[in-house]
Design a protein around this ligand. Sequence first.
Ligand SMILES: [Zn+2]
Length: 341
Amino acid sequence: MIGIVSDPVFMKHDTGGYHPESPLRIQYLHTLFAPKNDPGILILDPVPASVEDIELNHGRAYIGMVSRTASSESYVDLDPDTVCCPDSYHTALLAAGSLVELTRMALAGEIETGLACVRPPGHHARKNDAMGFCLFNNVAIAAAKAIQSFGVKRVAIIDFDVHHGNGTQESFYARDDVLYFSTHQYPFYPGTGAASETGAGEGKGYTVNCPMRGGKGDGQYAAVYSYILKPVIETFEPDLILVSAGFDAHAMDPIGGMQLSSRGFAAITSIIQDSAQEVGAPVVYALEGGYNLNALKESASCVIGALKGERAPAIDPLYFTELDTFINTHAQMWPLALRYV
Ligand SMILES: [Zn+2]
């Protein structure tokens, strides 16, 4: 059973008329689940996160500042890209809370996999700053909550959004119990995510960045996920995998410069699911970016197909020169995983 949170309430975070992170993203995705007639899918109601859960990843003063936008009369700009309307704070609590609840259910065996079709997205949100369309870091909050309250020792966060999840990386940079793996366009917004950023202190090696110049497509992504992600996950042996599922690496995306097809996302998902099965970890996906509405819907549909075990036509891994850099860099910390790649 796949547990999915998809609800028009996530359209209430109003970003204004011309913002790419638009409420229409949810409207398009929600058509995949209405009417609710798929016996393999359990549609769940959104639930708000408690402020205590948000505090697992964010400062009290910052949360208070976001909460005060709820009593403003109109839009409030929190950074040049990130805008709040009076409903944004509550919608952001629902986004984080829904992911936490899907995570709890997946760990309890109540669902096999989870997918949170929520907004605002989260992976750029820093401890004390909104950034890049993100208010609260949904995935980082769910990872912290799983360790604090759900008996989880190790979490792997996999981020295939076209942008580097700087906020998530920062949250766990010095920790060895949360591994952060990201494929992203580089150089690109937000500027972080070089392969040499591998963690600090006890967290050294537990940040695995695979930055790629624009133009990479299904074959190159299949190579990175098959040859780097899969062996690293199987060596790290997480109890839980959270995925920052952004769809802005799609060829049709107006912001990203990658060339993934919709079925390329299915291929990535299948590799993630295979890795998860090897280590017996449940996987919960959370929506991040993806700004071409039709591509977003089609890609999410492909991901759901892969979660149901529908096998997409195989995509052959395609060698490219940056792959050598990733293997050489990350084999220093993951020799058992990557020595023979
Ligand atoms: Zn993005």
